[in-house]
Write a new protein. Structure first.
Length: 149
């Protein structure tokens, strides 16, 4: 089954939104397979956001993302990379529809509370960057038979 990397950013952690985000993914029917509460280094964030290295906000973004704890997770489910991005909303909360996480819970592009992998390839890369294989849990959820035909 497809997996994606989701992280509550330092602003989401400080604002006490971790539980709300876990709740949205759980109630959608996704399965949590890894989670940890970490303060990342600036170097780690530079690798995480390497595809943005030429953008003017890259330095500030990496510094900010390493300024406080992040709640890092791997979620699993059908088409989760694409559907999680839809749940997040647009990069800019001002363009995000009500009902989406960013559309409901934040206002500023530089403080948009949550990260989600944008492609399956990046999901695999990011999961490898944040989690060791032994930190991932394999199990069958009892809800599985009721979520999928
Ligand atoms: P992530 O899930 O965090 O990867 O966001 P995204 O995929 O929606 O956007 P992208 O990867 O393009 O940018 C990464 C992060 O950089 C965004 O979530 C924003 O916090 C920040 N960012 C993107 N564009 C801008 C911008 O124009 N100005 C500022 N200040 N920050 C930006
Ligand atoms: Mg991105």
């Amino acid at each position: 089954m497809e997996q994606t990397f989701i992280a509550v950013k330092p602003d989401g952690v400080q604002r006490g939104i971790c539980g709300e985000i876990i709740k949205r993914f759980e109630t959608r029917g996704y399965k949590l397979v890894a989670a940890k509460f970490v303060q990342s280094s600036e170097e780690h964030m530079k690798s995480h956001y390497a595809d943005l290295k030429d953008m003017p906000f890259y330095g500030g973004l990496c510094k900010y993302m390493s300024s406080g704890p992040v709640f890092a997770m791997v979620w699993e489910g059908q088409s989760i990379v694409k559907l999680a991005r839809m749940m997040l909303g647009e990069t800019n909360p001002a363009d995000s529809k009500p009902g989406s996480i960013r559309g409901d819970l934040c206002v500023n592009i530089g403080r948009n509370i949550i990260h989600g992998s944008d492609t399956l390839e990046n999901a695999k890369r990011e999961i490898g960057l944040w989690f060791k294989p032994e930190e991932m849990v394999t199990y069958t959820s009892c809800a599985q038979a009721f979520l999928y035909e």
